[in-house]
Ligand binder design. Structure first.
Ligand SMILES: Nc1ncnc2c1ncn2[C@@H]1O[C@H](COP(=O)(O)OP(=O)(O)OP(=O)(O)O)[C@@H](O)[C@H]1O
Ligand SMILES: [Mg+2]
Length: 247
């Protein structure tokens, strides 16, 4: 099966002539979790920002669903049903939980992507069924939620857009272990609904376990790739070191 999204020899950076990513090749399969692991500063978030259209590649191609989307602006990328749950917050802290959810829904309805205005409430109620705590706190300001609840709102916001591809960057960072477990359950919920996922998380073991294919990024270059079993048996030297396993 051909990939839903592919990066072909993509180089990109934040300033002219300094590439952070160098000749990156990645394929993300339809309806599966693809893992991306690497040390701090390797360029994992930069890959996500490049896919989302926040950074334009200086070289290479990005293809989504057979179409060349290289260099198209971020608001057009969203219209192709690519969602991004960033490492930092994307919520409007002074708006209610419900209004944070309504914003993307109304955008989809206006653009007639996937739903009509009549479907808005049904989509919102379905989202509340999946994340009941948000129904209880629908009138609370997003900024007044706990860290775990804010992360839930981020996932709910992505979920109700029914993305074909969801980019999830460090979702469990800063959360208590119990809450982090919930986060991994939401990711499995997304995967069960056949969304393709690109997952970055500092819990390397978890990423390897959850993904059907894994890429290792080091200083802006892909240095290893494989299926979970490739990393479980004869581990790549670098990954071994990150996992703290003695040779
Ligand atoms: N807005 C920016 N402007 C300039 N350089 C940046 C910017 N954001 C990131 N960088 C640089 O790009 C490189 C890759 O950063 P990136 O955030 O993609 O790494 P990462 O793998 O996501 O790291 P982490 O695990 O810490 O989140 C780093 O050297 C970083 O300093
Ligand atoms: Mg990052």
């Amino acid at each position: 099966m051909s990939a839903l999204l592919s990066l072909e020899n993509v180089s990109a950076g934040y300033v002219a002539e300094i590439d952070i990513l160098r000749g990156v090749n990645i394929e993300i399969a339809e309806g599966a979790i693809t893992g991306l692991i690497g040390l701090n500063g390797a360029g994992k978030s930069t890959i996500m920002k490049t896919i989302c259209g926040f950074l334009a590649p200086s070289a290479g191609k990005i293809r989504f669903d057979g179409e060349d989307i290289t260099g198209i602006p971020a608001h057009r990328v969203i219209d192709r049903r690519i969602s991004y749950i960033p490492q930092e917050s994307s919520l409007f802290n002074y708006m209610s939980v419900e209004n944070n959810l309504m914003l993307p829904l109304e955008h989809l309805a206006r653009k007639k992507i996937g739903l009509t205005t009549d479907d808005l409430d049904a989509r919102l109620q379905n989202c509340f069924d999946k994340f009941p705590l948000l129904r209880e706190r629908r009138n609370a300001k997003a900024g007044d939620l706990s860290g775990g609840q804010q992360k839930m709102l981020e996932f709910a916001k992505a979920y109700l857009q029914r993305p074909r591809l969801c980019l999830i960057d460090e979702p469990s960072i800063g959360l208590a272990p119990k809450v982090a477990e919930e986060v991994y359950q939401w990711i499995n919920l997304f995967a069960a609904e056949k969304m393709a996922i690109l997952l970055v998380d500092h819990n390397v073991r978890r990423v390897v376990k959850m993904s059907s294919y894994i890429y290792v990024l080091s200083l802006g270059e892909i240095t290893a790739k494989g299926k979970p079993e490739d990393f479980a048996g004869d581990l790549h030297e670098q990954v071994k070191a990150w996992l703290g396993i003695n040779f």
